[in-house]
Design a protein around this ligand. Structure first.
Ligand code: FES
Length: 161
Protein backbone atom coordinates (compact mmCIF):
# COMPACT_ATOMS: atom_id res chain seq x y z
CA UNK A 1 0.00 0.00 0.00
CA UNK A 2 2.68 2.48 1.03
CA UNK A 3 4.64 1.43 -2.06
CA UNK A 4 1.63 2.39 -4.19
CA UNK A 5 1.45 5.79 -2.54
CA UNK A 6 5.18 6.28 -3.03
CA UNK A 7 4.88 5.25 -6.68
CA UNK A 8 2.01 7.66 -7.24
CA UNK A 9 3.97 10.47 -5.63
CA UNK A 10 6.97 9.68 -7.84
CA UNK A 11 4.76 9.66 -10.95
CA UNK A 12 3.33 13.03 -9.93
CA UNK A 13 6.78 14.54 -9.35
CA UNK A 14 7.85 13.30 -12.77
CA UNK A 15 4.78 14.75 -14.43
CA UNK A 16 5.15 18.12 -12.67
CA UNK A 17 8.81 18.27 -13.70
CA UNK A 18 7.84 17.42 -17.28
CA UNK A 19 5.18 20.16 -17.39
CA UNK A 20 7.49 22.74 -15.83
CA UNK A 21 10.32 21.89 -18.21
CA UNK A 22 8.00 22.13 -21.22
CA UNK A 23 7.20 25.75 -20.30
CA UNK A 24 10.78 26.84 -19.65
CA UNK A 25 11.05 28.74 -22.93
CA UNK A 26 8.22 31.10 -22.02
CA UNK A 27 8.82 34.52 -20.61
CA UNK A 28 7.39 34.49 -17.06
CA UNK A 29 6.75 30.73 -17.08
CA UNK A 30 5.61 30.28 -13.47
CA UNK A 31 1.92 31.17 -13.90
CA UNK A 32 1.50 29.12 -17.10
CA UNK A 33 3.21 26.19 -15.38
CA UNK A 34 0.87 26.41 -12.38
CA UNK A 35 -2.16 26.55 -14.67
CA UNK A 36 -0.87 23.57 -16.64
CA UNK A 37 -0.19 21.51 -13.51
CA UNK A 38 -3.66 22.27 -12.17
CA UNK A 39 -5.23 21.46 -15.51
CA UNK A 40 -3.36 18.18 -15.75
CA UNK A 41 -3.35 17.02 -12.14
CA UNK A 42 -6.38 18.79 -10.65
CA UNK A 43 -4.63 20.95 -8.08
CA UNK A 44 -1.25 22.28 -7.00
CA UNK A 45 -0.04 20.01 -4.26
CA UNK A 46 2.35 21.32 -1.62
CA UNK A 47 4.81 18.67 -2.85
CA UNK A 48 4.68 20.16 -6.37
CA UNK A 49 6.08 23.48 -5.15
CA UNK A 50 9.75 22.46 -4.63
CA UNK A 51 9.74 20.57 -7.94
CA UNK A 52 8.57 23.64 -9.85
CA UNK A 53 10.96 25.84 -7.87
CA UNK A 54 13.85 23.55 -8.77
CA UNK A 55 13.06 23.61 -12.49
CA UNK A 56 12.72 27.41 -12.50
CA UNK A 57 15.67 27.98 -10.19
CA UNK A 58 13.45 29.85 -7.74
CA UNK A 59 13.01 29.34 -4.02
CA UNK A 60 10.10 27.20 -2.86
CA UNK A 61 8.91 30.25 -0.90
CA UNK A 62 8.63 32.28 -4.12
CA UNK A 63 6.55 29.59 -5.82
CA UNK A 64 4.45 29.04 -2.71
CA UNK A 65 3.80 32.81 -2.52
CA UNK A 66 2.38 32.84 -6.05
CA UNK A 67 0.26 29.71 -5.49
CA UNK A 68 -1.31 31.16 -2.37
CA UNK A 69 -1.73 34.68 -3.79
CA UNK A 70 -3.94 33.75 -6.74
CA UNK A 71 -7.41 32.39 -6.03
CA UNK A 72 -7.29 30.50 -9.31
CA UNK A 73 -5.00 27.89 -7.85
CA UNK A 74 -6.51 25.03 -5.94
CA UNK A 75 -4.27 23.56 -3.26
CA UNK A 76 -6.33 20.46 -2.54
CA UNK A 77 -8.13 18.02 -4.81
CA UNK A 78 -11.43 19.39 -6.05
CA UNK A 79 -14.84 17.75 -5.74
CA UNK A 80 -16.44 15.61 -8.42
CA UNK A 81 -18.58 18.62 -9.43
CA UNK A 82 -17.61 22.28 -9.45
CA UNK A 83 -20.16 25.00 -8.69
CA UNK A 84 -19.02 28.54 -9.41
CA UNK A 85 -21.10 31.49 -8.28
CA UNK A 86 -20.53 34.88 -9.86
CA UNK A 87 -19.77 37.54 -7.29
CA UNK A 88 -19.04 40.42 -9.67
CA UNK A 89 -20.90 43.72 -9.64
CA UNK A 90 -23.84 43.10 -11.99
CA UNK A 91 -24.69 39.84 -10.28
CA UNK A 92 -24.16 41.38 -6.85
CA UNK A 93 -26.82 43.95 -7.75
CA UNK A 94 -29.37 41.16 -8.13
CA UNK A 95 -28.57 39.05 -5.10
CA UNK A 96 -25.37 37.13 -5.83
CA UNK A 97 -23.93 37.82 -2.40
CA UNK A 98 -26.92 36.28 -0.63
CA UNK A 99 -26.83 33.40 -3.11
CA UNK A 100 -23.17 32.77 -2.31
CA UNK A 101 -23.96 32.86 1.39
CA UNK A 102 -26.81 30.42 0.83
CA UNK A 103 -24.51 28.04 -1.06
CA UNK A 104 -21.81 28.21 1.62
CA UNK A 105 -24.35 27.46 4.33
CA UNK A 106 -26.02 24.68 2.40
CA UNK A 107 -22.76 22.93 1.48
CA UNK A 108 -20.97 23.75 4.72
CA UNK A 109 -17.86 25.02 2.92
CA UNK A 110 -16.37 28.37 2.06
CA UNK A 111 -15.52 29.48 -1.47
CA UNK A 112 -12.56 27.42 -2.63
CA UNK A 113 -13.59 24.49 -0.42
CA UNK A 114 -14.96 21.05 -1.17
CA UNK A 115 -17.61 19.10 0.70
CA UNK A 116 -16.21 16.39 2.96
CA UNK A 117 -17.72 13.65 0.79
CA UNK A 118 -15.80 15.01 -2.22
CA UNK A 119 -19.01 15.64 -4.16
CA UNK A 120 -18.84 19.40 -4.73
CA UNK A 121 -16.26 22.16 -4.88
CA UNK A 122 -17.68 25.65 -4.40
CA UNK A 123 -15.93 28.57 -6.06
CA UNK A 124 -16.59 32.23 -6.54
CA UNK A 125 -15.91 33.74 -9.91
CA UNK A 126 -15.88 37.32 -11.12
CA UNK A 127 -18.09 37.48 -14.20
CA UNK A 128 -19.25 34.58 -16.29
CA UNK A 129 -20.26 36.81 -19.19
CA UNK A 130 -23.92 36.39 -18.31
CA UNK A 131 -24.38 39.76 -16.57
CA UNK A 132 -27.86 40.48 -17.94
CA UNK A 133 -29.14 37.24 -16.45
CA UNK A 134 -27.69 37.37 -12.96
CA UNK A 135 -27.20 35.93 -10.53
CA UNK A 136 -25.13 33.65 -12.74
CA UNK A 137 -23.92 30.21 -11.69
CA UNK A 138 -21.84 27.65 -13.52
CA UNK A 139 -22.18 23.98 -12.67
CA UNK A 140 -19.52 21.78 -14.25
CA UNK A 141 -19.06 24.28 -17.04
CA UNK A 142 -22.79 24.68 -17.73
CA UNK A 143 -24.09 28.22 -17.29
CA UNK A 144 -27.31 29.06 -15.47
CA UNK A 145 -28.94 32.49 -15.20
CA UNK A 146 -31.32 34.17 -12.76
CA UNK A 147 -30.49 31.56 -10.16
CA UNK A 148 -32.56 31.87 -7.00
CA UNK A 149 -31.64 30.04 -3.78
CA UNK A 150 -34.36 27.47 -4.56
CA UNK A 151 -32.98 26.91 -8.06
CA UNK A 152 -29.48 26.62 -6.65
CA UNK A 153 -30.73 23.98 -4.22
CA UNK A 154 -32.15 22.04 -7.15
CA UNK A 155 -28.87 22.32 -9.07
CA UNK A 156 -26.91 21.24 -6.01
CA UNK A 157 -29.29 18.34 -5.53
CA UNK A 158 -28.36 17.10 -8.99
CA UNK A 159 -24.62 17.11 -8.33
CA UNK A 160 -24.25 16.65 -4.57
CA UNK A 161 -24.62 12.90 -4.54
S1 FES B 1 -21.32 40.03 -13.35
FE1 FES B 1 -22.03 38.02 -13.09
S2 FES B 1 -21.96 37.21 -15.07
FE2 FES B 1 -21.11 39.15 -15.31
Amino acid sequence: MSTDVTDLAAVRVGRVREIATAHLGLRGPLIPILHAVQEDLGHIDQADVPVIADVLNLSAAEVHGVVTFYRDFRRAPGGRATVRICQAEACQAVGAEALGEHARRRLGVDFGGSTSDGAVTLDEVFCLGNCALGPAVQVDGRLHGRVTPARLDALLGEVAR
